[in-house]
Design a binder for this molecule. Structure first.
Ligand code: SF4
Length: 224
């Protein structure tokens, strides 16, 4: 099963109904069905899909052991490093106490959308390959403030969503749960603790109140 897990895209996006790729790998190892990961239909994963199919055709009966992928920082370990490229972050950003995830501000490029508090949005953030699902807190002047939620967290609800396509992520708001608390005006590298790819983001601190921060000018490119 670990072999299948390593071959899957590694986005941990939840679209297949599992929290992480390794969980879907376990299902694949039992059922042999790889159709739930839509990324495998993309051209860049054609070879990967063929490799998995080849692997299943010869190994599926022997696969019975789960091995973990390398652990990403969960805001409680040592060091704050993204999974991609070993990038170091200044801090990990978790939810404001009492909230399910840190807040994201989204600017959907599809301007005609009818968005209301409580809606679930399906979108891809500009610069990120992963499809996200999030619940709207408020929608003011074209900006939707959302809490991230994977499909697996929404399955108990009547799971309906509005597909808003590509969005610019204009801001994050949350609490530092590991690392140093930066000053207002500082350009920082941070790891949103809900990020399935464990990707280090960059941005500028525009508000600080204890460990609670607002970060704008969000970028997934980290300049070295
Ligand atoms: S759909 Fe997402 S979580 Fe599921 S296997 Fe594919 S990349 Fe991984």
């Amino acid at each position: 099963m670990a072999e299948i897990s390593k071959m899957l895209p590694g986005y941990n996006c939840g679209e297949c109904g599992h929290r992480q790729c390794k969980d879907y790998a376990e299902e694949i190892s039992k059922k042999g069905d790889i159709s739930k990961c839509h990324y495998l239909e993309l051209e860049r994963f054609i070879d990967t899909k063929a490799e998995i199919q080849q692997f299943l055709s010869t190994h599926i009966a022997a696969l019975d052991k789960v091995e973990d992928l390398p652990l990403a920082c969960q805001g409680c370990g040592e060091g704050i490093t993204g999974l991609k490229g070993d990038r170091k972050a200044d801090f990990s950003l978790g939810p404001i106490p009492g909230e399910p995830s840190c807040r994201e501000d989204l600017y959907p490029f599809a301007r005609s959308m009818d968005i209301e508090p409580g809606d679930v949005l399906r979108y891809r953030a500009l610069g990120c390959p992963v499809i996200h699902f999030a619940r709207v807190m408020k929608y003011i002047q074209g900006i939707a403030t959302v809490h991230l939620a994977g499909p697996h967290q929404l399955l108990s609800d009547e799971f309906q969503y509005k597909d808003v396509g590509i969005c610019m992520v204009t801001g994050f708001e949350g609490s530092v749960n590991k690392g140093r608390i930066p000053d207002v005006g500082e350009t920082v590298k941070f790891l949103p603790s809900h990020c399935r790819m464990q990707q280090v983001h960059s941005g500028v601190i525009v508000h600080s109140e204890g460990s609670k921060l607002r970060i704008e000018g969000i970028d997934l490119k980290i300049w070295r």
